[in-house]
Design a protein around this ligand. Structure first.
Ligand code: PAF
Length: 275
């Protein structure tokens, strides 16, 4: 496995006669990332993973505690990536990615980036779309892999490659959960044992929605009243457009975000009616 920190070195290191898989990450890797690497390893001849905590997708362009406190552990990440059979790790500095500072030209994600997560995190998806576009240009992958846990991110990136004609196949990889049901996330590291216990209400409520033992109003009420939890949003949406859905005979996703203490957690579940 080769660790690369500059764009020039990356460009030179990538052979053009092999199929290339890219797994973009912000590090703090866990079993959810390992499942992305595993699928990408199976489907491509060359596997590139990136580690870059992108300030553009954080509040105040990274001038915030969420960015500063974002977990970073390059040695542990490299160990996991080596075990997953990654060929090239691209881990640039902020100044390497954005040599002139905050970029002048961004990718705008419009209404898709403004709802749900985007309503609470203005500009977040523009930051994601901008850095992912840069990574696509630098690596020019055949396939790129994203976790389904970030369902809105998957939808926005699918729309990005469609709207900008970027020749890459987007692969969404199912959510990995702990044995307690909590969706794997780098942010889980910041939960105390009690907060982790409180956070479990999120997957429990989503499961009940899927099983139709509660409706959306009851689900919202349960999350709003749960101990140690603040509900941000819970919606049932079309997985492609993210538009709200009432007709559940078509593919539908229940998407939710809560705060547990200062930590924002997201999760989602497919709730399509089987009849
Ligand atoms: O999902 C993430 O970790 C990030 O949003 C991504 C896709 C690596 C872009 O910074």
């Amino acid at each position: 496995m080769r660790l690369i920190t500059t764009k020039k070195e990356l460009f030179d290191a990538i052979p053009r006669d092999l199929s290339i898989g890219l797994v973009p990450t912000m590090g703090a890797l866990h079993s959810g990332h390992a499942s992305l690497m595993k699928l990408a390893r199976q489907e491509n001849e060359l596997l590139v993973a990136s580690i870059f905590v992108n300030p553009l997708q954080f509040e105040a362009l990274g001038d915030c505690d969420d960015y500063r406190n974002y977990p970073r552990d390059l040695d542990a990440d490299l160990k996991l990536l080596e075990e997953c059979g990654v060929d090239i790790v691209f881990a640039p500095s902020v100044s390497e990615m954005y040599p002139t500072g905050i970029p002048l030209v961004w990718v705008r994600t419009g209404v898709m980036g403004e709802k749900l997560e985007g309503a609470s995190r203005p500009g977040h998806f523009d930051g994601v779309a901008t850095v992912v576009s840069k990574l696509f240009n630098l690596v020019r992958p055949d396939r790129a892999y994203f976790g389904q846990k970030d369902a809105q991110q998957v939808a926005v990136i699918r729309r990005l490659v469609a709207d900008l004609d970027i020749p890459v196949e987007i692969r969404a990889v199912p959510i990995i959960r702990g044995t307690d049901g909590l969706a794997e996330s780098s942010r889980n590291q910041r939960l105390s044992p009690e907060e982790r216990k409180n956070a479990l209400v999120l997957s429990h409520v989503l499961n009940k929605l899927k099983a139709r033992t509660i409706d959306i109003a009851d689900a919202r009420a349960e999350l709003a009243q749960a101990a140690g939890v603040k509900l941000d949003h819970l919606e049932v949406v079309d997985p492609t457009t993210l538009e709200p859905l009432n007709d559940l005979s078509q593919p539908a996703l229940a998407v939710a975000a809560i705060y547990v203490g200062p930590v924002r957690l997201i999760d989602n579940i497919e709730i399509t009616n089987q009849q």
